[in-house]
Design a protein around this ligand. Sequence first.
Ligand code: UDP
Ligand code: MG
Length: 317
Amino acid sequence: MKNPLLSILTPMFNESSGIDRFFSTLEHAMKAVPIDYEILCVDDGSTDDTLARLRAHAERNPCIRVLALTRNFGKEAAMTAALDHAEGDAVLPIDADLQDPPELIGAMVEQWRTGQYEVVYAKRASRQTDSLLKRKTAQWFYRLFNRMSEIHIPENVGDFRLMDRKAVDAIKQLPEKDRFMKGLFCWPGFRHTVIEFDRQERASGQSKFNYWRLWNFALSGITSFSTFPIRAGTYFGLLVSLFAFIYAVIVIIKTLFTGVDVPGYASTMVVILFLGGIQLFFLGLLGEYVGRIYKEVKNRPIYLVAAKWGFEERDTD
Ligand code: UDP
Ligand code: MG
């Protein structure tokens, strides 16, 4: 059997300051791992000199391949591009900021090569480098997500994981445009095992995910994998109708026995405002789904490739 190939996938958006360190650390770590590998970097429309530096590295090391997107499509799209272009028998996404330690790759490959697992997760044993707010919100998100959706995503596991070709091919069959990779990665299932690690601070540069972006990310994740929120609207509506019916019966009986009494402004207002708020809320929620349906039916490509380097020996196009 031929030597297996590992595709290491790295989306990069304005990572210029850390790129040299990233490659030296990764290449050093890979020396200890007995496997052929390629490092497939996707430049996600960086505005600094990330791409120029990537090309210089690709020239130096023939294992490095570079894919440049035409603009910033976001990490999920960049990861999709990387998956589509990876040829390895296993793939392993890793962030460019060294928050995912390359030293762990050896252990992950070892687990995979036992032949018992198609997926090897690297789980953050601690999130001490994250703020309390980020830790808490992440925890709530995982709980909520796993309650609502049929698939289960492991807590505190990022994109850093090793996946066998079988799992990758399954993921590539998922056609959605709204790509919540954490969910998509888990969708195929397969046998998995977990390796724990301590997540470090970013080696250099800044996180591209502020709270607003994370909130949208969470919303996208939940609406992509669960219709529970709109169904909740139905149940809530039913419950409110039931109460309204009971209340109507009470009012009718009361009117029959004690006659009409006028006061009731406060309670009327409360009911109107409450129901109005609930209706707007679920209308907005419905809009989330309709918007996503709209995005899917437009059927636009998830990303556009501007140029490729280092694929020559494999591509004939
Ligand atoms: N990234 C990307 N496109 C984006 C935002 C981020 O390719 O629009 C890349 C980024 O360069 C890094 C990885 O995604 O390699 C993770 O980003 P970051 O470290 O900012 O996320 P965090 O670790 O804070 O979740
Ligand atoms: Mg990071």
